[in-house]
Ligand binder design. Structure first.
Ligand code: T46
Length: 133
């Protein structure tokens, strides 16, 4: 499985750094929702679901975590450890997050509003969805 990395353009000067994220340009979709995950307790693992139609891009703007991607055939792990490094989370990809550092802030851009009906939260349901749609 090939992961699509989304490089964030770091605009820096003597004062420090700034990243601007433009929908349909830096991120390959219109942005409908932004959320961020922080204060994750040691040892906690999150995710464990796939989305039917939602597209997302995730960036660890502070600290780091590991993302696991699973397309039903192969599992790939990626370390998100830089505010300049984003990853595209496509539809129909099971994903998990682990190894959160105490200071990790995981920022996520999504192309749709929150809809629980878009989630496949059971792995066997995910595999069935891949087979039948
Ligand atoms: C994803 C990964 C990367 C809302 O009410 N609105 C929202 O926009 C979101 C994202 C969540 N919620 C509620 C649903 C749950 O009651 O917040 C609670 C925690 O969500 P969840 O258990 O789905 O969190 P994660 O970290 O497992 O997954 C999240 C996103 O939900 C998911 O879409 O792809 O981050």
């Amino acid at each position: 499985m090939k992961l699509q990395m989304i490089p964030m353009r770091v605009l820096g000067d003597e004062r420090g750094s700034l990243v601007a994220v433009e929908a349909n340009q830096d991120i390959p979709f219109p942005i409908a929702r932004v959320y961020y995950i922080f204060g994750t307790l040691e040892g906690v693992e999150r995710g464990f679901h796939a989305h039917k139609t939602l597209q997302q891009v995730a960036v660890a703007v502070r600290g780091s975590c590991t993302m696991v991607f699973d397309d039903g055939k192969e599992r790939v792990e990626l370390e998100l450890d830089s505010p300049a490094k984003g990853v595209y989370i496509g539809t129909r990809i099971w994903h998990e997050m682990k190894n959160f550092t105490e200071d990790c802030v995981l920022l996520v851009f999504a192309d749709q509003h929150y809809d629980e009906a878009d989630y496949l939260r059971k792995y066997d349901e995910f595999l069935k969805f891949l087979e039948t749609t």
